[in-house]
Design a protein around this ligand. Structure first.
Ligand code: ADP
Length: 418
C-alpha cells in the first residue's frame, strides 16, 4: 500500500466535507473531497482510493451509485456510508451491497477516526491476502508444471525400460532358439558321418577277414571310398559351422584381427563365383565387373562376406535361377551387389536379418538350414572396414545385398600389408 492512504470524502454539505477532511489529514491521510455524486463517480473511476466515505443522500444523486461505481472499478477499495438517523434502513441496504461500515451523522470525531482506521487496516489485510493468493496460485501452477514434466519424464523412462526389457526378452528367446538350432545343425553332419563310418568299417572288416561276400574286392573298396568322401564333405560342413561360431565369439570378445592389403574385388568375386558354381547345378552365377575395383581390405574376411552372400543367394532361391554379382567403383570406393531371384525378404525384416541369431519366421526361409549368424558376421566385418551392408527386396522377385567399401578402411590408417 502507498505511504499515505488515499481517502475520498463525498457529502453535499460543504461543512461536513471540510471537517472530515481536516480530521483525517491530521491522521496522515491524503484526502480528496467532492460534494457531487456525479463527480464522485468520475473520481472513483479515474483513480484508485484506499477508502471512500460517502453520504447516502446527495443533491445530485444517490450514494449507492457511488458505491457501485467503486465496486465496479476497484473492488478492493473499502467504502463507508455516512447517513442520518432517518435513513438507517438505507445504510443497512448499503452494507448488504458491499459497504464495509457506516457512520451516523453527526458522528463523534473518535468514532470517525477509528472507523476509517479499521477500514484502512481491512484494506491493507485484503490487499495482502490477495497478493498471497496470487503468489500461491503461481506456486501452485509451478508445482503443477513440475509435476507434469516429472510425470512426462517418468513415463519416458518407463517406456525406455520397457523397450529395453522387451529387447532383452527377445534376445533371450533368440538365444534359446539358437542353442536348439545350433545343436541340431551340428548333430546332423555327425549323425551322417557316424552312419557312413559304421557301414565303411563293417565293409573294411569283412575285406580284411577275406570275406568279400557277393561283391568282388574292387567293388567293395570303391563303395568304402565313396562313403569316406561323404564323410569328408560332412567334416567340411562341420568345420564351417564351427568357424562361424568361433567368428561370433571372436567378434564379441573383440579378438577378430584384420590383415590389410590391396584387394581387387572384381577378381575376388570371380573366384568366389567359380568356387560356388561347383556347389550347384540349378543356379547360374555370373559376375559383372568394372576394372580397377581395388580397396585396401582384409582379403580373407571380405571373401567370407562374399561367400556368405552367394551361399545365401543359392540357399534362399531353392528353385534355382540366375545369381548376379555386380562389382563397380562408387563414391571413391567400391560397391559389390549380389542379386538373386529367390524367395525375397519381407520389408519389415530388411534390417533385422543382420541381427545376431536372426532367422526369419517366414516358412519358405525356415525350410533352409542355418544358424542366423552369417549376416551378423558379414555386417561386423564390413562395418570394421568403415563400409556399409544392406539388403533390398522386391518380394517374390528376389533379394539384392549391397556392400559398399571405402577405398581405404575408415577410422585410422590400416596396419601395413602382410
Ligand atoms: P542363416 O542363413 O543361417 O539363417 P543369415 O544371417 O545368413 O543366417 O541370414 C539371416 C536370415 O536372413 C535368413 O534366415 C533369411 O531369412 C534371410 N536371408 C538372408 N539372405 C537371404 C536371401 N538371399 N534371400 C532371402 N532371405 C535371405
Amino acid at each position: 500500500m502507498r505511504q499515505q492512504p488515499k481517502v475520498l470524502v463525498v457529502d453535499d454539505e460543504e461543512s461536513v466535507v471540510v471537517t472530515i477532511k481536516a480530521i483525517l489529514q491530521l491522521d496522515g491521510y491524503d484526502v480528496a473531497t467532492t460534494t457531487s455524486a456525479a463527480e464522485a463517480r468520475k473520481m472513483v473511476r479515474d483513480q484508485e482510493f484506499d477508502l471512500v466515505l460517502t453520504d447516502l443522500r446527495l443533491e445530485d444523486g444517490d450514494g449507492l451509485e457511488v458505491l457501485r461505481a467503486v465496486r465496479e472499478h476497484f473492488p478492493e477499495t473499502v467504502t463507508i456510508m455516512l447517513t442520518g438517523y432517518a435513513s438507517l434502513e438505507s445504510a443497512i441496504q448499503a452494507l448488504r451491497v458491499g459497504a464495509y461500515d457506516y457512520l451516523v451523522k453527526p458522528s463523534e470525531v473518535e468514532e470517525l477516526r477509528s472507523t476509517v482506521a479499521r477500514g484502512i487496516e481491512r484494506r491493507r489485510l485484503g490487499l495482502e491476502l490477495k497478493a498471497r493468493v496470487v503468489e500461491l496460485e503461481r506456486a501452485n501452477r509451478e508445482v503443477a508444471d513440475l509435476n507434469s514434466s516429472l510425470q512426462l519424464r517418468i513415463d519416458e523412462a518407463t517406456a525406455e525400460l520397457k523397450e529395453r526389457y522387451e529387447q532383452l526378452k527377445e534376445l533371450d528367446r533368440m538365444k534359446s532358439q539358437f542353442l536348439s538350432i545350433a545343436s541340431h545343425e551340428l548333430k546332423t553332419p555327425i549323425t551322417a558321418m557316424s552312419g557312413f563310418l559304421q557301414v565303411a568299417l563293417r565293409r573294411v572288416r569283412r575285406m580284411s577277414d577275406g570275406e568279400g561276400g557277393q561283391h568282388p574286392p574292387g567293388e567293395s573298396l570303391q563303395a568304402v571310398l565313396e562313403q569316406l568322401e561323404v564323410v569328408y564333405r560332412q567334416t567340411g560342413k562341420l568345420a564351417r559351422l564351427i568357424d562361424e561360431l568361433l567368428d561370433v565369439s571372436r567378434i564379441q570378445t573383440g579378438r577378430i584381427e584384420f590383415r590389410y592389403g590391396d584387394v581387387d574385388l572384381g577378381e575376388l568375386a570371380e573366384e568366389v563365383a567359380m568356387r560356388m558354381q561347383l556347389t550347384t547345378t540349378t543356379h547360374q552365377i555370373t559376375v559383372k565387373r568394372e576394372n580397377g575395383a581395388v580397396v585396401t581390405a582384409d582379403r580373407d574376411h571380405i571373401e567370407q562376406v562374399l561367400n556368405n552372400l552367394v551361399t545365401n543367394a543359392i540357399k534362399y532361391s531353392p528353385g534355382g535361377g540366375p545369381i548376379v554379382i555386380d562389382v563397380g567403383r562408387e563414391d571413391g570406393g567400391v560397391r559389390v551387389s549380389v542379386r538373386d531371384q529367390g524367395i525375397g525378404i519381407p520389408d519389415k525384416e530388411l534390417e533385422s536379418i543382420f541381427g545376431l541369431f536372426y532367422r526369419s519366421p517366414d516358412r519358405a526361409a525356415r525350410d533352409q538350414a542355418g544358424m542366423g549368424l552369417g549376416l551378423y558376421i558379414s555386417k561386423e566385418i564390413v562395418n570394421r572396414h568403415g563400409g556399409r551392408i544392406w539388403a533390398e527386396s522386391n518380394g517374390a522377385g528376389g533379394s539384392t545385398f549391397h556392400v559398399a567399401l571405402p577405398r581405404v578402411p575408415v577410422g585410422g590408417t590400416p596396419p601395413p600389408s602382410v
